[in-house]
Design a protein around this ligand. Structure first.
Ligand code: ZN
Length: 400
């Protein structure tokens, strides 16, 4: 394809990169990328991918622009209030780069439409805010053999990775076999979110999309990147494929799309589940004023100072245990607890402190054990993150 003079000028600053040149720009022109969700994460990606000249951008979102969106969803503007997000984003994209072909899907992703829509694109980007959509996209991408560029946010923290089993990376289910119980994950509306956070995480996703298009660099396949903007720290974890994964494993049990609302307990109610480490934007749900079994970090500190004979039960998944180290105790991943809780029976009458990363899964675990007749089960509120912060704050700083 021959570039016009205007195209040479428009893309000159990236085409002089040795990793790009004319050939790379041609790949970008040919690329078809689907953004599922045009909220905080989708916004910066729509802007950067359009500016870079991505040939076809699919926009999927059934929502309208709302005033509370504008604090972080920078693709939309005040004039767009009430408009479909896909239309608002399309306008902005064309203002930046009229050459981009925009395909709008003003609807929700469902088990019925997912395969049809996703198969039109080369790369799928998860910019959603709810678990049914996340599992649905994951399964559809695995079935179609397409890469899924994942991003998620919570307050000041975010995560990003590329799920791509066709290139030996894990899928979302390899990491989170079970979805969270409805209401266990606070939404942006409940917990707040720093506006620039989806800008950072979305920009990382856009970078990964660009690298996948170019085949350049080292993509985030098999690596999960965490960021904490409050302390400005980035951390990387190695993540691996689970050979027993129900969708990308050696003997998959999921060979077609299922009912994801039901799978995530939104219909069945009282589903067993974990929060899936899910940083979620707008997973709007049920208030839980009662937090049973709660043990605050300072209370744990007091118990430890008093040398109470506590038994610690760590319910994190294997791969996330390196994030924060914890005391000696018993480790049973939450995803296995429903099968393996009987192993704890010898400790039935002891005081057990259950912990996970943020204290949501562990609360479910405490609920489970109590229902099985365990006498004294406590949940570490705020999880190991809160505990680690508390430890750091309470240790007097050494003078340097
Ligand atoms: Zn998998």
């Amino acid at each position: 394809m021959k570039l016009t003079k205007e195209q040479y000028i428009r893309y000159s600053r990236q085409m002089i990169l040795p990793e790009l040149q004319g050939e790379g720009q041609e790949k970008i022109f040919q690329a078809k990328v689907l953004l599922v969700g045009l909220g905080g994460l989708g916004s910066p990606q729509a802007l950067y991918l359009a500016a870079a000249g991505v040939g076809t951008l699919g926009l999927l979102d059934g929502d309208r622009v709302d005033l509370t969106n504008l604090q972080r969803q920078v693709v939309h503007s005040t004039d767009d209030l009430g408009s479909p997000k896909v239309i608002s984003a399309q306008r902005r994209i064309h203002a930046i780069n009229p050459e981009v072909e925009v395909r709008t899907h003003d609807e929700r992703l469902t088990s019925q439409n997912a395969i049809g829509i996703l198969s039109e694109y080369d790369i799928i980007v998860d910019c959603t805010d709810n678990f049914p959509a996340r599992y649905l996209m994951n399964d559809a991408c695995v079935l179609l053999g397409k890469p899924l560029v994942h991003g998620a946010i919570y307050r000041f923290e975010g995560q990003a990775t590329v799920f791509y089993p066709a290139r030996e990376g894990p899928c979302y289910r390899c990491l989170f076999p079970v979805p969270p119980s409805p209401g266990m994950v606070p939404s942006c509306a409940e917990s707040g979110v720093l506006g620039v956070l989806p800008g950072v995480v979305g920009s990382i996703q856009a970078t990964e999309v660009t690298k996948l298009i170019l085949g350049a660099g080292r993509p985030l396949i098999g690596r999960l990147l965490f960021c904490d903007l409050l302390s400005t720290q980035f951390q990387e974890l190695t993540i691996r494929r689970d050979p027993n994964c129900p969708v990308c494993g050696e003997e998959p049990s999921i060979r077609e799309l299922i009912d994801y609302e039901e799978f995530c307990g939104l219909r069945a109610h009282e589903g067993e589940g974990l929060e899936g480490y899910g940083f979620q934007e707008g997973y709007g749900l049920i208030e839980r004023p009662d937090l049973p079994y709660g043990l605050r970090v300072m209370e744990l500190d007091q118990k430890m100072r008093a040398e109470e004979p506590l038994l610690f039960l760590d319910v994190r998944e294997e791969w996330e245990r390196s994030i924060y180290p914890f005391m000696d105790g018993i480790h049973i991943p939450y995803s296995k607890l429903h099968q393996e809780w009987e192993g704890l029976l010898p400790h039935k009458d002891r005081e057990i402190v259950v912990c996970c990363l943020f204290g949501w899964r562990s609360r479910e675990a405490a609920r489970l054990l109590t229902s099985k007749g365990f006498k004294d089960v406590l949940n570490l509120e705020g999880g190991l993150e809160e505990w680690t912060l508390y430890q750091e704050e309470s240790i007097p700083k050494k003078s340097t």
